[in-house]
Ligand binder design. Structure first.
Ligand code: ADE
Ligand code: ZN
Length: 360
């Protein structure tokens, strides 16, 4: 990862706050915490259900959307897994991912590392290769048609057993070249990272990157064990780390990125108001925090909406923090150093122009 945490000589105080909306939209950014199944919009759920001859439990798009009133992570997961059950064919996975890439591109995303949950599909009888072929084809097209680079991270569902995770890793191995890492998601409470110690060790032996959801609903202890037991290189969410000053210090010193998802935290009641979100504390403590969408079709917006809502709710965040968050997203990504430097140079150019009163 890039070690430089120091912005170049950009005079952030010269950038008027009124420029913020344009900067948030135009600044190049990477998205590192996006469940592709969580980008499945109700309209596409209905279209795929019809295409696959399925009847949904909801009579209309509006009725389905009205059911998106969550009280916690589990209440969301129940409906999220039901939504994903319309995905059966390679084309379905392609269409879902392509719809995401078009939206991400419009939001200024130049690089995306997407989570996918193969067990959600293989458990229903969809072959692993159908899932990954459809997703991979969309990634290839995103690079070719949008200039958006994309990579896939295979997530294990933590409410299932480690044996089932091993079976999934085994099924994935013939397609090893099509994904860059493994992650851990689904119901956090009661499913600590330790449960997956051996499968993560095996994945790391295979040269895969390791990331894990921790400290979303679960305690800071889960962040510690994601680091010490799974050797996670990034923590997904991790917002409850603010409860543990020693952990905060470790994350800052070791420059372990946190992929923070503000609208998700609001909708799943991890925070009660965006004005209380700990993002400013994370940045002040020098953590490599990033902003991401998590499950945009369910939480009210894609990455730009997450930036806009967060900056609107937290007036202490201004142009310098926008720059830092975009910079962090490249530092935290799993791309080659020379590519990171090209994106960072493009980012610097946007803010340097804004500071000089030029067009951005
Ligand atoms: N799967 C999809 N979204 C998730 C989240 N926010 N936390 C855990 N697992 C998930
Ligand atoms: Zn997530």
């Amino acid at each position: 990862m890039t070690s430089s945490a120091f912005p170049p000589a950009i005079d952030f105080s010269a950038i008027p706050r009124a420029q913020l909306p344009l900067l948030l939209a135009r600044m190049p950014k990477a998205e590192l915490h996006l469940h592709i199944e969580g980008s499945l919009e109700p309209e596409l759920i209905f279209k795929l259900a019809q295409r696959n001859g399925l009847t949904l439990a909801y009579p209309s798009v509006a009725a389905l959307r009205a059911a998106y009133a969550f009280t916690d992570l589990q209440s969301f997961l129940d409906i999220y897994y039901a939504g994903a059950s319309v995905l059966w064919k390679e084309e379905d996975f392609f269409d879902m991912a392509w719809a995401y890439f078009e939206r991400a591109h419009a939001d200024g995303v130049v690089h995306a590392e997407l989570f996918f949950d193969p067990q959600t599909h293989t458990e229903r009888g969809v072959p692993f290769e159908v899932v990954i072929r459809g997703l991979h084809r969309a990634c290839t097209q995103a690079q070719a048609q949008l200039g958006l680079s994309a990579a896939l991270i295979l997530c294990f569902l933590r409410h299932l057993s480690e044996d089932e995770a091993f079976k999934t890793l085994e099924e994935a191995l013939p397609h090893r070249a099509l994904f860059i890492g493994v992650g851990l998601d689904s119901s956090e409470r009661g499913h600590p990272p330790e449960k997956f110690a051996r499968v993560f060790a095996r994945a790391r032996e295979l040269g895969l990157h390791a990331v894990a959801h921790a400290g979303e609903e679960g305690p800071p202890a889960y962040v510690w064990s994601a680091l010490d037991v799974l050797h996670a290189e990034r923590i997904d969410h991790g917002v409850r780390s603010v409860e543990d000053p020693t952990l905060m210090q470790r994350l800052a010193v070791e420059r372990v990125p946190l992929t923070v998802c503000p609208l998700s935290n609001l909708k799943l009641r991890v925070v009660h108001d965006l004005a209380d979100h700990p993002l400013p504390q994370l940045l002040e403590a020098g953590l490599v925090a990033t902003i991401n969408a998590d499950d945009p079709a369910y939480f009210g917006g894609y990455i730009l909406k997450n930036f806009e809502a967060t900056f609107a709710a937290l007036p202490q965040l201004g142009p310098q923090e926008a720059y830092q968050l975009a910079r962090n997203s490249f530092e935290a990504s799993f791309v080659a150093e020379d590519q990171k430097q090209r994106w960072l140079a493009a980012l610097d150019a946007v803010f340097a122009a804004a500071a000089q009163g030029g067009a951005i």
